[in-house]
Design a protein around this ligand. Structure first.
Ligand code: 9WN
Length: 415
């Protein structure tokens, strides 16, 4: 399946029917999954991501290498072409840095580190320079979080008056899309934010003041911290002691900001912060559990986070649900279903912090879900029924990662 989703021998589309281009964090998860068995393909996957990096260091969310129908918003809507490459004008969480170290650990090839150290450093610098406020990184579109219709974004989206933008969705052609995909209410606002940024030439200085969506997403921040740690590890391997220390310090600065400012004791979870309105977005989502992946929580927070996880996210037949709360809908996108990439982040995080049994349970449940129901985009946690696209690349790639019997957590080397 991964072979048939690969294009031009270099990158893999998330799925043929729904997402016919290259996506940023999808490629990173795919490279993680391919690193052991097909390292040369994992390397190509990352090379094509880096080839589309903007001059300012941003790696785009979508790269339109080839024309393809069936997806909105396509290149015509974004209207961006740089050095002959068409892309979207936003990014996604920087999982790619970890994919590089994963590939290095599997191959032992120092050339991998030499090739990617520069682009990954420029990417993380971009986050720090263009997208951070007081040590927290922020996103300016729900698509940048990867968890597009998370109930956490609702208060921010409610404050947006999108008018009646003219556009046509393409995703509704998928069977049952109305029950599974985000609604038109969300799409009107997605399009509004896209067009506002386009009208302002994607200028981060302007958008930092103007965009109504400026959110320190806890998932992106946790992944950013982990990425800084992985970059520090890259520098250590390359003998750059000064940079090794510098990136470890940067990781710690953001980790501390998350601990101090994003903890929500009533929920026993970390939450996101809305810079535009100056408020916490108090929803209990898997994004907060992924703080484990960044090694964020202090001992007390970690104990409470694990209690919350057991009670509210592992209560179904299959864990982890992506959301627990009033808006829960076990069939709809990021509002409850199990997703394999967030399961990977949480299980890696649990391993990282020494909770191997809990990590193993998530892996086993994920493998069972996939073996019984296919490589779906997401799954209903109770009925296990497949949802979304049914040939979804990161589901297959992370399955390969887990299947490998010699599986060992990669996380220890970065501590
Ligand atoms: C917008 C590609 C992407 C994932 C995201 C997932 C979904 C896109 C969409 O698909 O988002 O980026 O159109 O719904 O939410 O996490 O990267 O698989």
């Amino acid at each position: 399946m991964l072979e048939s989703n690969r294009r031009e021998g270099s990158y893999t589309v998330p799925s043929e029917d729904l997402y016919p281009f290259q996506w940023n964090w999808d490629s990173a998860f795919i490279a993680v999954g391919l690193a052991k068995e097909r390292p040369e393909k994992a390397e190509k996957e990352l090379e094509s991501l880096v080839e589309a990096q903007w001059d300012n260091g941003m790696i785009p969310q979508i790269i339109f290498w080839q024309e393809a129908g069936g997806y909105f918003p396509g290149p015509g809507e974004w209207q961006i072409e740089r050095d002959g490459v068409k892309t979207s004008g936003i990014t996604q969480p920087p999982v790619a840095v970890h994919a590089v170290t994963e590939l290095y650990r599997e191959t032992g090839e120092e050339s991998v580190l030499e090739k990617f150290a520069g682009p990954m450093e420029r990417y993380l610098e971009w986050w720090r320079e263009e997208r951070s406020i007081d040590d927290l990184v922020y996103v300016r579109h729900p698509w940048e979080t990867g968890m597009d219709d998370s109930p956490a974004w609702e208060p921010v989206m409610e404050d947006i008056e999108p008018g009646s933008p003219d556009y046509e969705r393409e995703d509704l052609q998928l069977e049952d899309a109305e029950d599974e995909r985000p609604g038109d209410w969300d799409y009107d606002r997605y399009v509004y934010l896209l067009r506002q940024a386009r009208e302002n030439d994607w200028d981060e200085n302007t958008l930092r003041e103007l965009s109504p969506f400026r959110v320190a997403d806890v998932l992106t921040n946790s992944i950013f911290v982990r990425a800084c740690r992985e970059l520090s590890y890259i520098h250590r391997q390359l003998g750059n002691t000064r940079k090794e220390r510098e990136w470890r310090r940067k990781a710690e600065e953001t980790a501390e900001a998350i601990r101090d400012r994003l903890w929500e004791s009533e929920l026993r979870n970390f939450v996101s912060y809305d810079f535009a309105a100056g408020r916490k977005l108090r929803e209990n989502t898997v994004a907060g559990l992924a703080s484990l992946y960044g090694g964020i929580p202090d001992a007390d927070q970690e104990e409470k986070l694990l209690q919350n996880m057991e009670k509210n996210f592992m209560e179904h037949r299959y864990g982890c649900a992506t959301y627990s709360g009033e808006e829960q809908d076990l069939d709809r996108y990021w509002r409850g279903p199990v997703w394999i990439n967030t399961n990977w982040l949480v299980s890696e995080g649990l391993d990282y912090r020494g909770h191997e049994t809990k990590a193993e349970r998530i892996r086993e449940q994920s493998i069972e879900l996939i073996e019984e129901n296919g490589f779906s985009e997401y799954f209903n946690p109770e009925s296990a029924e497949p949802r979304g696209s049914d040939r979804f690349s990161w589901t297959a790639a992370l399955y390969l990662y887990w299947l490998d019997e010699s599986y060992t957590s990669s996380s220890m080397s970065t501590q």
